[in-house]
Design a protein around this ligand. Structure first.
Ligand code: CMC
Length: 431
């Protein structure tokens, strides 16, 4: 972290000025530190949607959107996707380094032994209507963990923070599977300690009391890979939400629940569900052209879901990996899904269309992931829940980093007020 140059900003109408340091990280563009701007000039900055604003310093994840680069703790996503697994990647995000064999064994043991949810939490599900969206149930259930683990958590204590991280990564699949099973009226399954993380989750999702479940290694490997790719993505909307809530000193489970609600929107993690619905609506490859036309029409609010990204102005590196994997997984599972043909035609049409080329709109991580989830038997409304299980590792790593950073302050943006000027109250009979 260096602080070499100074940017001088002068308000010529008042002659007030500010000398603002230029901060440089390890990689990426330098940032103008505007911390003293208001004091020096009496002005705020205005950046709705944070297109030019870095909200924090972080050592966890790096994205170069122009080159299509994604690094977790310095490691390229392609290498992690090929060589790591989700739990090891989670350890890396949390601790900054890949684990030794012993460190990994301990981490896996700790995760495995915190997978059960409190029996009383199960009763909460009875309050939900059977067709409640699983993301609504997930957010509420994770928020309710704060009712089970509140008094014994000191957010300023490193061991307590670590325990919260372990509990969250461990319990998320158990709660997620419960959301699914509740919605279809199946009894909840207990987590099996003899299974690995992803196998255990698939078991809790799909095992029925009447017959044993044959777990497909292809399915487990594919899901593990999707979890790695979704595990973190620097200061996206849900992570920034976790950090904002965390900045108030809130309980970690409440902070992560807030992240889940932010993830649910179709502009963010909800896009994977929206992509599959869009592909189903398009239906056949011959209707792709009409869909592309609609997506370009500014009077039509239809967008190509799974296309475009705030940061990537080149291929999303995750989308490249998932695209390749989709063909492999469907081939290995012997599935011939006509939606894959629709998706490929849509990608091809958009990539050579001027509208998408000029705006640098490429397929993102969510474009192909739904086709894989569908092939694994995961229902569409559970897609964003899958994303949430994986992103929990990133959210909690950011929450920990935020609490480890000295001098952190509550997040409190300002605004340009556009409402009425000062005026006097008018009695009801005079309005
Ligand atoms: N289809 C059609 N036009 C689009 C699309 C799209 N998917 N995405 C952006 N545009 C257009 C947009 O209308 C605008 O055009 P113009 O300059 O003429 O006004 C231009 O491209 C720039 O778009 P923007 O909305 O200003 O870009 P943004 O950075 O604010 O939004 C986004 C990024 C991801 C929300 C947006 O691209 C989008 O809505 N994509 C579809 C939803 C989606 O796939 N979301 C998942 C994101 S990746 C997973 C995750 O990290 O959550």
């Amino acid at each position: 972290m260096s602080e070499s140059k100074i940017v001088k900003l002068v308000d010529e109408s008042t002659n007030r000025s500010s000398e603002l340091p230029l901060l440089s990280g390890t990689l990426g563009p330098a940032c103008i530190d505007i911390g003293t701007l208001y004091k020096d000039t009496g002005h705020f900055t205005y950046d709705p949607g944070y297109g030019s604003t870095a909200s924090t310093k972080s050592a966890i994840t790096y994205i170069d959107g122009d080159k299509g680069v994604l690094l977790y703790r310095g490691y390229p996503i392609e290498q992690l996707a090929e060589k790591s697994n989700f739990l090891e990647t989670s350890y890396l995000l949390l601790n900054g380094e890949l684990p030794t064999k012993d460190q990994f064994s301990k981490f896996e043991h700790d995760i495995t032994h915190h997978t059960m949810m409190h029996e009383s939490l199960k009763d909460f599900f009875k309050g939900f209507h059977h067709d409640a969206h699983p993301m609504a149930m997930l957010a509420a259930s994770v928020a309710s963990l704060s009712a089970f683990y509140h008094d014994d958590i000191d957010v300023d204590n490193a061991d307590d923070r670590k325990l919260a991280a372990i509990r969250l990564i461990a319990k998320m699949p158990t709660i997620a599977a419960a959301c699914y099973r509740y919605s279809i009226g199946w009894p909840f399954r207990y987590p099996r300690n003899n299974l690995e993380y992803v196998d255990r989750f698939l078991h809790m999702m799909f095992e029925v009391p009447s017959e044993p479940l044959e777990l497909s290694p292809v399915a487990a490997k594919a899901l593990d890979l999707l979890f790695i790719l979704h595990a973190d993505h620097e200061q996206n909307a849900s992570t920034s939400t976790v950090r904002l809530v965390g900045s108030t000193g809130a309980n970690p489970y409440a902070s992560i629940a807030a992240g889940i609600t932010a993830l649910w929107g179709p502009a963010h993690g909800g896009a994977n569900e929206a992509v599959l619905e869009m592909l189903q609506e398009i239906g056949t490859a011959d209707k792709v052209e009409t869909a592309v036309k609609r997506a370009k029409d500014k009077n039509d609010n239809f967008r190509l879901m799974g296309f475009g990204h705030r940061v990537y102005k080149n291929f999303d590196p995750r989308a490249k990996i998932i695209r390749e994997m989709t063909h492999k997984v469907l081939g290995e599972l012997g599935i011939n899904d006509p939606l894959l043909e629709v998706a490929m035609k849509l990608e091809e049409a958009a990539l050579k269309d001027d509208y998408f080329v000029e705006r640098k709109l490429y397929p993102n991580v969510d474009f192909y992931s739904g086709i894989i989830y569908k092939a694994l038997g995961i229902p569409t409304e559970m897609f964003t829940v899958m994303f949430a299980i994986a992103r929990t590792a990133g959210w909690i790593a950011h929450w920990i980093e935020q609490h480890e950073t000295p001098g952190a302050r509550i997040g409190r943006p300002r605004q340009i007020y556009t409402g009425a000027d000062v005026r006097d109250y008018v009695a009801a009979d005079k309005r």
